[in-house]
Design a protein around this ligand. Sequence first.
Ligand SMILES: C[S@@+](CC[C@H](N)C(=O)[O-])C[C@H]1O[C@@H](n2cnc3c(N)ncnc32)[C@H](O)[C@@H]1O
Length: 175
Amino acid sequence: MALGHRPLLWALIRLRRPHVVVETGLWYGLGAMVMLRALERNVEDGGHAGRLISFDPDPTAGWMVPQRHADRWTWARATTQDALAANLAGIRVDLFVHDTPSEPDLERYEFTTAADAAAPGAVLCSGNGQNTPALRELCDQRGFPFMHHDYAAAGHFYRGNGISFATATRMTKTL
Ligand SMILES: C[S@@+](CC[C@H](N)C(=O)[O-])C[C@H]1O[C@@H](n2cnc3c(N)ncnc32)[C@H](O)[C@@H]1O
């Protein structure tokens, strides 16, 4: 199975060593498996034990995630509309990965909720790229830097729409 944008998530976790990673949309668990292995590698390198919280109401989701990651992984078996805000209450999120369907209102809700729970300098990522303007709008509202990487899937019927990132750091203008 092609890894697509998931190596970027691997690199983010290996470089930034997040304590808390949140993923919306789990599906088979390919992204979760990659991110959990990156968190495991951080521990093997002597770093702290980060954890991943995934959201997906589909009871058949997540079958790819190896059992050995159970102590660093929480699967909230609910929609983000029902469970994201409650699960992030009191938590500081270091990396947020949006990967539920590209619906503008859903994306706005997820990114706003994630930004309210974001640790300083946290990275917010849209696996749907710029299918909706939700992440860019949030950056405009909060003064966060925004970056879009417009890679295209090779040899696939759907080229994808790239991947977008924001950093939860308010930009200040310098003269
Ligand atoms: C693109 S797949 C996720 C892919 C996964 N992140 C990966 O890296 O392989 C989208 C998933 O979002 C789930 N989903 C759809 N609406 C949702 C919602 N409102 N809240 C949480 N999950 C949702 C679907 O059940 C589906 O499994």
